[in-house]
Design a protein around this ligand. Structure first.
Ligand code: ASP
Length: 406
């Protein structure tokens, strides 16, 4: 399915133009931040709300329809297995990249005063909280709150039930598939508005975070972005080429609409519909995208892991602490796990940074040092997060296609 406008300009081009215009308008409106917050941002919020409204039904119905079409519970298990292993490995590599760059550039970081810092950490989540949170306790809440992991569990359980009931529920299978088509159509309609959404989401961010705000944190931001770029160019190019059988250039080109959207919205869950479109255009099958992408939007956050590694080193250096190799290893572990617990919404990664800092005995007040420019970190980390999910969808498709041929 392709979202093409009748005016024939491809969606990727429209989004790109919107992005450039948003940067220009944002820079011009730096002295009118209030105007952009009051009149432009709400339009972006409307768009993002529409996307969030459709994401729950899309995930529920597309996973059910995907599971049912696989006709085999074991096959779902093998897709899940490959996906989760890939997600964990790439996230651990991402944290190592983040830590390596942060240590290389550490001497260029400013030493900001930590004396008057206070950061009100929202209630922390333990790993057991994250585990318990995977399972839904009623039918409506997961959809109402766009809790993707719970929606995935619901869809899998219903899908498995449909498979085991076999012919008895043939009509229901037909119904699930048709409802899936309907929600996909609604999604396509909403996505036509994405250039407008991108403009309205990004312009206020640029107006409020112009070059002035970035100021002293420029080097830290640069380190994180370098990590994001290297991870995408080296790790994803490698995995997409070797395991996905796809040229990296084609991959990044095909992903552009989703990449630009993720950059503007800073939400993996919000980018999900566009990510599904882009990966399917690149050859991933519906049965795979419907499962691998929502799962990735919830548990796979390579950008977030890089950001957490970089920030941990920066915050430690402001407190005059040198992290030991043992502490670095702990960060690799906790950042990988923390990124699983990070929701695919703006700002979630910063909250989970508390878990990483605590694991190596750093004060969570240090988060206040980076909080002011979190959105700038977030735009890049979200972009990397969704690119990683897409690479998994293509790789799993390729691996399963190959298995079929054997
Ligand atoms: N905003 C990120 C995402 O949606 C999560 C984060 O804050 O790191 O993927």
């Amino acid at each position: 399915m392709k979202t093409k406008s009748k005016t024939s300009m491809p969606l990727a081009m429209q989004i790109f133009i919107a992005l450039v215009l948003a940067v220009i308008a944002g820079l011009l409106m730096q002295s009118h931040v209030e105007f952009t917050e009051s009149y432009i941002k709400p339009l972006g919020t409307v768009f993002l709300n529409l996307v969030k409204f459709i994401v729950g039904p899309i995930v529920l119905f597309s996973i059910m329809s995907g599971v049912v079409s696989l006709k085999d519970i074991r096959k779902v298990g093998s897709i899940g297995g490959i996906t989760v292993v890939y997600y964990f490995c790439t996230t651990a590599v991402a944290t190592v990249i983040g830590l390596t760059f942060a240590n290389l550039f550490k001497s260029f970081y400013p030493v900001l005063s930590t004396e008057s810092l206070t950061y009100e950490a929202p209630e922390g989540k333990t790993m057991m909280d994250v585990f318990v949170g995977i399972f839904p306790k009623n039918f409506v809440e997961p959809i109402a709150e766009a809790n993707m992991l719970q929606v995935i569990v619901m869809a899998l359980l219903i899908g498995f039930a449909v498979i085991s009931l076999g012919e008895k529920v043939e009509k229901t299978v037909e119904g699930i598939n048709r409802w899936n088509d309907i929600f996909m159509k609604v999604m396509e309609m909403i996505l036509r508005l994405s250039p407008l959404g991108v403009f309205c989401l990004l312009c206020p961010v640029i107006a409020a975070n112009g070059p002035k705000v970035i100021g002293s944190l420029a080097m830290v931001l640069l380190t994180a972005y370098l990590g994001y770029i290297i991870h995408a160019v080296v790790v994803y190019s490698f995995t997409v080429r070797t395991l996905g059988g796809l040229s990296p250039l084609k991959f990044f080109k095909g992903m552009m609409p989703a990449i630009m959207f993720a950059f503007s919205s800073a939400s993996s869950v919000g980018t999900l519909p566009l990510n599904i479109e882009c990966t399917e255009e690149l050859g991933a099958t519906r049965e795979i995208t419907s499962f691998v992408l929502p799962l990735g939007a919830t548990i796979n956050m390579d950008g977030t892991a890089i950001y957490q590694g970089v920030c941990a080193v920066f915050i430690a250096s402001c407190y005059g602490i040198n992290l030991t190799p043992g502490q670095m290893l702990t960060i690799v572990l906790t950042a990988t796990l923390a990124s699983v617990g990070t929701a695919g919404v703006p700002g979630a990664g910063m909250v989970m940074l508390a878990m990483v800092l605590t694991s190596v005995g750093l004060p969570i007040d240090g988060i206040a040092l980076v909080a002011g420019v979190d959105r700038i970190f977030d735009m890049g980390r979200t972009t990397l997060n969704i690119t990683g999910d897409a690479s998994a969808a293509l790789i799993v498709t390729n691996i399963l296609e190959k298995k079929k041929k054997v």
